[in-house]
Design a protein around this ligand. Sequence first.
Ligand code: ATP
Ligand code: MG
Length: 511
Amino acid sequence: MKERFVSWGRCLWAIVGGVSIRVKVLGIVLGVIVLLSAFVIVQMRSVLTDKLLDELAAQGTSIADSIAYEIASIGMQADPATLNFYLLNRQIHYSSSSHNTLVTYIYVEDSADGAILGAAGDMSLADDEAVAPLATHAHGLSTVEVGPSFVEVAVPLPNSNDLLHMALARTNIEATVRSVTMQLLAITLLMMAVGFAAAIFLTWILARPLLGLVSATQSVAQGDLSRRVPRWANDEIGELSTAFNQMVESLARAEKERSAQAKQRERYVSGVILAQESERRRIARELHDSTSQSLTSLLVGLQNLKAAATDPRLEPKIDELRQVVSGTLEEVRALSWRLRPSALDDLGLQVALQHHIEDFCQRYGVQVDYVVRGLVDRLPPEMETSIYRIVQEGLTNIARYADATHASVIVGYRHNMIRVIIEDNGVGFDPGIVHTKNKSLGLQGIRERAGLFDGSLTIESKPGSGTSLFVEIPYSAEAPGSAEAPGSAEAPGSTEVPDSAEVSYASESVA
Ligand SMILES: Nc1ncnc2c1ncn2[C@@H]1O[C@H](COP(=O)(O)OP(=O)(O)OP(=O)(O)O)[C@@H](O)[C@H]1O
Ligand SMILES: [Mg+2]
């Protein structure tokens, strides 16, 4: 039983809660008016009917008394013709508008044997209504029976056993009650109209600032922190508006601070990355220009020494030294390349990546598919460097952790967005735990490099099912200040890599 009430309650609340405040207030106001009016009308009809019936009964008793007195004083009951004539005369007399009564019938009855001594009016109603009187009251010697359509009064004739019965129709009472009911209904309709207007006004006053607050909240949720709401009145809704404005102001302040901090951090990261790149470039140049030159001179010197050596036992030792120096020279060149591939500056991202991936395949024995789509010309140098480093870090991670046999690098440009995808079929990992590794900076570095250009990194991986890194960097070829735009055929420095390059590198030696 309790559950049924609860479920009805929920159902009702689902309906009531689902409509707007305007409909709720209108419903409550109109419902209360209708209920109160119905109660007043029913109560009023009942009280008024009782009161008018009492008055009709009293009036009937008084009329019946006077008729009974006149009949008894002349002894008319002994002469039926005279009695009938007299009764008809009385019926007509008391059915006029001046008395405000309507006599349905009137008759004299011998109370000893019930014989009718004389009568006037529609006597058939007497039997019908007598069957089911609504109420019977005794007033002294007289009785009153209230039937559905008339009130019957019975009074004894003075000094006689006979009874005079007279029925007065309720027509006038019903007309009066109906007229009062109609007036009350008209008042109810008027009250409903006034209530409706008042409710509309009330809901307008309530809903207008609330709707303003809802729209402002939606704007704030979409990031517009400049929205404020007017304070309509000094009530609770006014307080709410002020609190909302204060909240948005503190949000805007916090957002301003956050974006200032983010900009500062961006500047810092960008400075660090640029410094790192320039240092790499310097060391690479140093290795190439100075160390390589010195080692080359050493090689030539050893060659000269070998030619000038008089002791033949020195020759194999000199050859050994030459091999060591030659190997070191190769390593220094490779190190210099990795630090700052000259192809990146001279030939651009696509060629530099191509060389790097070839080198990667040879070193680690992983097959790599390399695909370039939609990228024809050079990107801004710092963007090329960042993308190169991103791919470099992605591939290094594959070599170090993935234990993969196959990987792919896709660089694409479409709809003003550069997309770099680095995938492998290796062991995978849980990206959630990367944040907890304080010393791991590779993926963080990818995110920061992408972030420098308002880009983002998405990692898709789980243990046992490979890893995919998605890097997206917005780049508009037409954007002012952007370097050579992708797609412009005459852009200087464009490489010989075709519009869409798709190269697959298989390892020659397994690491
Ligand atoms: N392709 C991959 N396959 C499997 N695990 C990976 C892969 N890439 C990254 N990981 C996991 O994510 C972790 C974080 O990588 P991240 O490059 O950020 O740092 P790191 O390589 O450990 O250190 P750093 O790059 O700073 O030298 C790695 O330690 C490794 O466990
Ligand atoms: Mg790493």
